[in-house]
Each structure stands twice: as structure tokens, then as C-alpha cells.
Write a protein that binds this ligand. Sequence first.
Ligand SMILES: C[S@@+](CC[C@H](N)C(=O)[O-])C[C@H]1O[C@@H](n2cnc3c(N)ncnc32)[C@H](O)[C@@H]1O
Length: 255
Amino acid sequence: MLTRFREMWRKRSRREEIYSRPAFWNDKADSHAGSAASMFINPTLNEYYQREQFAFFDTALGNVTGHRILDVGCGTGRVSRHLAERGAIVSAFDFAEKAIEIARQESGAHRIDYSVASVSDVELKDESHNEIVVLGCLTLACNTAEDFVHVLKKLHAALNPGGKLVLIEPFHQGFLHRVLRLSKSEAIALIQKNGFEVFAVQEMHFWPLRLCLTLGETPAWITRTLYPAGEAILRMSPKVLGLGDYKGIAARRLP
Ligand SMILES: C[S@@+](CC[C@H](N)C(=O)[O-])C[C@H]1O[C@@H](n2cnc3c(N)ncnc32)[C@H](O)[C@@H]1O
């Protein structure tokens, strides 16, 4: 446990450098199995997280049958597959080629159009998508608020007018930030300033518990006992405290 904590601390202290490179994500995809290849090392926690993330996407997107949806920073393709199962026509990209290799292997029957690309320089056709989803990529891919605005403009152009952009990202200014240092309210303000109307915001994944439950090989029963308590605290706490690690933000492109 102590070794794991030291390893986590070492990575956190160099996180801007490590997390923004494909090598880290290729290595993670190569060395971890199942959900841990693009999520945390605790599979039981990942199950809870995935259920909540998919619920946020499903509520924000509504019926997606026949819709063209882009999954940005798709990792091993779990969100892409979920949307394809719901009837969407999904294209997806990630800059980690190993993750894309796994996504292709695991998505056999789904006919998802995967490619290797970075969100910083990918070229997207104007008004080519009904919806765009992003889970945990922009706070790694963007170093500054200017980078974030650059990506927002690109995604805005790639959406049909009225199309939805649904993000689930760990927006933080302080200790919990990944690469991008941006609070939830700053992120929302930039999204609104760049041609979107925000229609849903949700605090997700109570962060104090997230830190504890991702330190080591936590037995499933511990996660199952503690997780509901953490979520109850999150639901009862004032939103302004920002106790969610991830922030779900759903926006609609203004014409
Ligand atoms: C936390 S993982 C999430 C993966 C996936 N969205 C999921 O939820 O399972 C973040 C992903 O973002 C990708 N990523 C980071 N920076 C990127 C960039 N500049 N362009 C494309 N993908 C990027 C990583 O390779 C990684 O697969």
C-alpha cells in the first residue's frame, strides 16, 4: 500500500508531463486488463463510475438512434460501444495507438470508426456530428485555458447547430487538477462564451473516497460498503463545495 502511495505521489508530482503524453496511456493500455486499461485500478469502483457516467450521457443525449456521435479521447472505447449499442453511428479517436488497438479488438460487432489522432491537431469536418462526447480527455490534452478554448471552437464547428457537447471531466484549480488547471465555474463560463448554452451540470464521484479507493487492490466489499456513503454525502453537500472529482457538463451549440 505504501509503495502504491509513493508511486501515485511520484506520478501526481509530475502529472502535467506524464499524463499529456501518449506513452503513459499506451503503457496503461498495455499493462492493465479490462476497465483498468483506461480507468482506475479498482474494478468495483470503475463499475460504479461507469454506471453514473453512462447515466449522465444517456440523460443529456436522449434518444441517439441514427445520430452521428464523435467520442473524443475514447481510450479503449467503452463509451463508444455504449453509444453504438444505443443505436448511434459512432466515430472516435485517441492519441494512444495501443488504446485504439484494444478498442478495435473489443468493438468487433459495433462498426465504430476508430482512428489515432490528437485533439490538438485533428481536423474535423464542419457540422458533421449531431453530438460530441468527451470523458476525461480535455483536462489532459489542454495545458491552459487558451488550449481549452481552441478545442471548444473546433468541437463547436464540428457540431450541427443545436447539437450537444457532453463532457465529463475533472475540472479543478488545486491539488486535484490533472494537466489543465481550470475550475468548474471557469470551464462553464468558457463553454458559454464560445457559442454553447449549458443545460445540465452534475458533480460526480466524491473525491475524498476516490483518492482512498484507488490507492491499492481494494477488496470489492470495502468499495461496495464505502461507495454508497460517499455518494450520499456528495448528493447532500452544497454544489459550491465541488466535492465531485469529475464534473458532468452538457451544452447545446447555439446556431
Ligand atoms: C482517462 S482516459 C479516458 C478514456 C475514455 N474516454 C474512457 O472514459 O474510458 C483519457 C484518454 O484521453 C486520451 N488523451 C489524452 N490526451 C489526448 C489528446 N491530446 N488527444 C487525444 N486523446 C488524448 C488518453 O490517451 C486516454 O485514452
